[in-house]
Design a protein around this ligand. Sequence first.
Ligand code: GTP
Ligand code: MG
Length: 444
Amino acid sequence: MPRSPAFRVLRLTIILFALGFLVYKLASPKNIDAISQVTGYSNGRFRESVVADSKPAQTKDEQPKEAPATRPQEELKEDKAEVKTKESNSESKEPASAVVVEEATSPAPPPFNDGVGPTYVHANATFVTLARNEDIWNLVKSIRNVEDRFNHKYHYDWVFLNDAEFDDDFKEITTALVSGTTKYGKIPKEHWGFPEWIDKERAAKTRQEMAEKKIIYGDSVSYRHMCRFESGFFYRHPLMMEYKYYWRVEPDITLHCDIDYDVFKFMEEKQYDYGFTLSLYEYGDTITTLWDSVRKFLKAHPEHAVKDNLMEWLSDDEGYSYNRCHFWSNFEIGNLDFWRGKAYSEFFDFLDQEGGFFYERWGDAPVHSIGAGLFLPKSKVHYFDDIGYWHVPFTNCPTNREDRLRLKCSCNPRDNFSWKGYSCTSKYYNVMGMEKPSEWRTQS
Ligand SMILES: Nc1nc2c(ncn2[C@@H]2O[C@H](COP(=O)(O)OP(=O)(O)OP(=O)(O)O)[C@@H](O)[C@H]2O)c(=O)[nH]1
Ligand SMILES: [Mg+2]
């Protein structure tokens, strides 16, 4: 359809106006920015240069020390209020679970941090254990007890002795458990065997008779070597020669209470030479002639029996006979120099010649007890009422409740053997002239 010239002019004008408006809109700064963000291109330069030109993120150190002077006071007040709120949140409004998580994820404390410091002056002391390789799993229990209740704070050494070579397993396990240095020694043949003067046939006959009488360990050769070694040789093994004090530990014992002081330094400071936890009467059939030999020795060496000794504890008739009281030697804390001294050395050599370790079954407990009881003043022998101790079948449990609670004891005071009729501890208190702990009667 033909159009008039006026209509054509109007249509052209409208198109030009619409195009002009579109160009104006697209050319506004806002749209240029939007386009550059999408394309990465802006004002003829790639966005990298835009980023490089922009101010880098502020680090903590670069933060302005003071608020700009131009900032309104209200704004500053608001900031301070926000900090305060955060602080008070962390102090009092933090949920309890957050605190627990923080504790659980904090690094573990260094080992032995409750122990003595590097400048602590130790006593010259060691633990000592006689054991076979196969004793290892009964022994770990003892070591764990001693470490947990005492030695994790002090790290005293531990000497292990054996009539055979210790195997690698024994050494690795015990070294891992002991917090001090461990040492392993083989017992020389002369200290573990029949001495040349022993009539082996007579010894075998004794064993046979004791087996028939069902005397415990009566038929055992190795038990006799053990008793002889503990009586006269453990303290002169080369590994023991560098020490002054020892604590004997056997497999399968329990320590019932914390020991909150250094027992070796205690022995040193108080000048004690022998410490025990349990005492009792020896099995008579194992020591039939022991006291006869003791009397023979005392007659030959009257100079060795000291004044104010424990003869009254060992004998009820001024030395005529032995009442069989002895300290139970599976636990001992003592001074090695006493065993190495002239009196006890001569005493042991005499008994060894007598042959009772093999012709009877003399135990190291009565031999040690008679030696300590006669050649030490009684003031040098100490009863550790506070050391909770168990070796099958007897328990020493601190007598007074106050001590049991303070030392976190796990023993039942009713099991305390020390005030029972078959114990010699009550007699020890009488002979020492000491007052018994207040609760002793309730445990007798
Ligand atoms: N190397 C070695 N050690 C031994 C031998 N016999 C015993 N022992 C150790 O000597 C100590 C005393 O032996 P035990 O068998 O405990 O004797 P006991 O305490 O009288 O008797 P138990 O009631 O059995 O404990 C322990 O430390 C034993 O590990 C042995 O033949 N060789
Ligand atoms: Mg034992």
